[in-house]
Structure formats: C-alpha cells, structure tokens
Design a protein around this ligand. Structure first.
Ligand SMILES: [Zn+2]
Ligand SMILES: [Zn+2]
Length: 256
C-alpha cells in the first residue's frame, strides 16, 4: 500500500491511497485541478481513481466533491447525513453516482477494505478510516473531536497513520482567534492538540506494530510543523518515524 497527502489542513484535505490495484481519495477539500496536478506529479491519473470517500460535511473535506465526480467521473462515497448537511449549506452541484456508507460501517473495493469509525467531532456524521489490504493497515484520522474511547486500541492496530495534531495549546491561547473559536477547537467536538496526539502515539507504539505517523490537519494560526514535531519528539523520543503533512503542498510517497 502507498499513500500520498495532496494537502492537509483547514484550507483543504485530500489523501490518496493505492493498494491491490485499488485507488482511492479520502476527502475532496482541494480543487479538482489541484488534485489532478498533485497526483500527476507522482505519475497518477485522477481519472483512474476508483472513488472519493468523504469523512464529514465540513467544506475543507467535501467542498470540491462535485467537481471530482463531474470532471473526472469519480464515484462519491458519503454517508446520507454528511451529504445532506453539506448540501444544505452549499450545493455540490449535480451528482449521479453516490454510494452511501455508514459512519461505523465498511466499504469493500476489490481486495481493499475501508473501515469507517464514527467520531465525536462537530461534523454531522463524521468518520475516520482504516484502510486494510494485504495484511497492512493504514489510518486516516483527522477531525477527531477528542481522544475518544477505542482510539488508542485502533491506532495500536495500525502499521501507519495520518493523525491529526491540530494545535499547540499555548499558541491557541495566545493567538488571534476569538474566544468562542478557541473553545470550539479545544473542546470535545473540535480538534486534538499536539500533546494529545503525541501521547496517543506514544501509548500506541508500545504495541510494536506502528511504523510511522504523518502529523496532519495542523492549524495555520495555532501550530507550526517545528512546534508539532518538537512536542512529538519530546514525548516519543526516536521511537517512531514522523512526518508532517503540508498545508499547501503534495507530500512524497509513503509506503505502508
Ligand atoms: Zn477539517
Ligand atoms: Zn471538521
């Protein structure tokens, strides 16, 4: 299995995963042209993607899904409530190939299984995902709300993970956001902090399976890649390979 982060953060999210001949995009938060170009930079054709799977209704995850389908013919995997919530705020345009899944259910495509896990994030019906193929397991886990029950056990069961590490608490406290937004972010339905993510990874690595983590969905105002990495290294030492998904650029190819 391989994975590529096309972009990660509140400006737009999209992660490509390829396994057993199946090609998937997780979330459609960047423009079709950006997704096409960033996949092409790694020799991939967006028209060959087998489906785009949406985590939740926030526009940084679903905003461009209509274009992915109309321009490139991609089936849209989405829960009914997520689709209804997103379209009630901003229409996605004409959709003709919608494949519903349940936010605690499974999607099977060829030899690939995608397990959806419902989250307490403040989307309407949000989920994170575990992609399994050929005995390997990759987590795509952002917009978590908080470190909910079962999350540790799930992360410990993975070979690799894209894990939300959204904010540094001091930067959030001293930053420019209004009080209600600060409360939302650090509240139980917002995002998880660098330290929470690091603690989670630290406990998960004791299982011995996890090989790497790519820190994802970093806040622009309330975090910085160096700050996030420093926090994680402080907790984890050298026990885990770490990377940071860029807020604007495509990553290299991650092997799972
Ligand atoms: Zn988000
Ligand atoms: Zn969200």
């Amino acid at each position: 299995m391989i994975a590529i982060s096309l972009q990660s953060g509140s400006n737009g999210n999209c992660i490509y995963v390829e396994a057993d001949g199946v090609r998937l995009l997780f979330d459609a938060g960047i423009s079709g042209v950006q997704a096409e170009e960033r996949l092409a930079a790694h020799g991939r054709d967006i028209r060959q993607v087998d489906g785009v799977i949406i985590s939740h209704d926030h526009s940084d995850h679903i905003g461009h899904a209509g274009i992915y389908q109309r321009k490139y013919g991609l089936p849209l995997y989405v829960t009914p409530r997520t689709l209804a919530a997103a379209t009630s705020r901003k229409p996605l345009g004409k959709l003709t190939d919608i494949r519903h899944f349940h936010s605690s259910g499974l999607i099977r495509l060829g030899g690939v299984t995608v397990q959806a896990i419902s989250t307490p994030h403040d989307g309407e019906d949000g989920a994170v995902f575990i992609v399994s193929a050929g005995g390997k397991r990759l987590g795509i886990m952002t917009d978590l709300g908080h470190v909910f029950k079962d999350l540790l056990q799930l992360v410990a069961s993975l070979d690799a993970v894209f894990l939300e590490s959204n904010y540094d608490p001091d930067m959030l406290a001293n930053g420019p956001y209004p009080p209600h937004l600060k409360s939302r972010i650090k509240g139980p339905r917002g995002h998880i902090s660098n330290h929470e993510a690091a603690e989670l990874l630290c406990r998960a690595t004791t299982g011995g399976r996890l090989r790497w983590a790519c820190l994802a969905h970093l806040s622009e105002q309330n975090n910085h890649p160096d700050v996030a990495l420093k926090t994680h290294r402080g907790v984890l030492g050298r026990s885990l390979e770490l990377a940071v998904a860029d807020r604007y650029k495509v990553s290299g190819v991650f092997m799972v």
